[in-house]
Design a protein around this ligand. Structure first.
Ligand SMILES: Nc1nc(=O)c2c([nH]1)NC[C@@H]1CN(c3ccc(C(=O)N[C@@H](CCC(=O)O)C(=O)O)cc3)CN21
Ligand SMILES: O=c1ccn([C@H]2C[C@H](O)[C@@H](COP(=O)(O)O)O2)c(=O)[nH]1
Length: 288
């Protein structure tokens, strides 16, 4: 059985504290206590929604962010419109991006995440929709062992504000059950991870729902897991002193039946979490 996701989270935080090494980070100027390699697992079949309970997490914003990725949003203003402010700083305060001639003005994020997932540029100038291809195959029960959506396009890194952190999602079918393996190169454990855990869960649940498959498990593979130096005291002396609660569950509007629904009318209010008991919020500092 999968261990409660909040417990997996606190175990990872403790491992970083016990085994992590200090690494200077040039981009942000803030050092990070860093661990290489972590594996998390979420049981979508059992509907154990992976929300950290040792602090209040903002899952509505996390779900909105995922919807923005699936819709190929490229502007922080689009994310704000659907209830997510997480891209404001990287679009408008990141020094390297502000100085980049590719930036098209206020709120532009450039060719990141969903732009690559939905509009991968081909040499002939046309675009390829990775997500649509995967949805079409899964709907027909096909797993060609390459049901992959990747946002990672090294040839276009200079056209976006940040390289994607959760960069690749691989879908797999066994019998009538859909699995998801999600790869993450760089993980801000106090902040970003509390968004990424529920996002992986929702991505599998939604894809299963629109393809007619049963949801199985998510395998979340993290390479560089870190805590920024200015977050460490709150993590060690506040959050990790708390006892986790049981996992909540998630219900998704059953009227969502297609990728087009996700592109057109779905909003964060189509997702309802029940039984979320959490300790009070912690305002962790954010490194731009
Ligand atoms: N340093 C850093 N950490 C990240 O986690 C991160 C980035 N940069 N840049 C790109 C995205 C943006 N993400 C973010 C950005 C902000 C929050 C954040 O401020 N979360 C608060 C409040 C959220 C709210 O009120 O909606 C939190 O307490 O979780 C979370 C994830 C994740 N990513
Ligand atoms: O979904 C996300 C997006 C970003 N992060 C974190 C991981 C790092 O702390 C920064 C990105 O910095 P890089 O220098 O590009 O690695 O953002 C996250 O945890 N989750």
């Amino acid at each position: 059985m999968t261990r409660s996701s909040s417990h997996q989270y606190e175990t990872l935080c403790q491992r970083i504290i016990d085994q992590g090494q200090w690494v200077e980070n040039e981009r942000t100027g803030i050092r990070c206590l860093t661990l290489i390699n972590a594996d998390l697992e979420y049981d979508v079949a059992a509907n154990e929604f992976p929300l950290v309970t040792t602090r209040k997490c903002f899952y509505k914003a996390a779900i909105a962010e995922l919807l923005g990725y699936l819709r190929a949003y490229d502007s922080a203003a689009q994310f704000r419109e659907i209830g997510c402010k997480t891209w404001d700083a990287n679009a408008n305060e990141n020094k390297a991006w502000l100085a980049n001639p590719a930036r098209k003005g206020l709120d532009d994020m450039g060719r990141v995440y969903g732009v690559q997932g939905r509009n991968w540029l081909k040499p002939d100038g046309s675009t390829f929709d990775q997500l649509q291809k995967v949805v079409n195959n899964l709907k027909n029960g096909i797993d060609d062992r390459g049901e992959i959506v990747t946002f990672y396009n090294p040839g276009e890194f200079d056209l976006g504000c940040l390289r994607p952190c959760m960069h690749t999602h691989t879908f797999s079918i066994l019998a009538d059950t859909l699995y998801l393996t999600s790869y993450m190169r760089s993980c801000d454990v106090p902040l970003g991870l509390t968004f990424n855990m529920p996002q992986c869960f929702v991505l599998l649940a939604l894809m299963a729902q629109i393809t007619g498959l049963k949801p199985g498990k998510v395998y979340h593979k993290i390479v560089n897991a870190h805590i920024y130096e200015n977050q460490l005291d709150l993590m060690q002396n506040v959050q990790l002193k708390r006892t986790p609660y049981a996992a909540p569950s998630l219900s998704i509007n059953p009227k969502i039946k297609s990728l087009e629904d996700i592109e057109t009318w779905v909003s964060k209010s189509d997702f309802e979490v029940t039984g979320y008991q959490a300790h009070e919020a912690i305002a962790y500092p954010f490194a731009v």
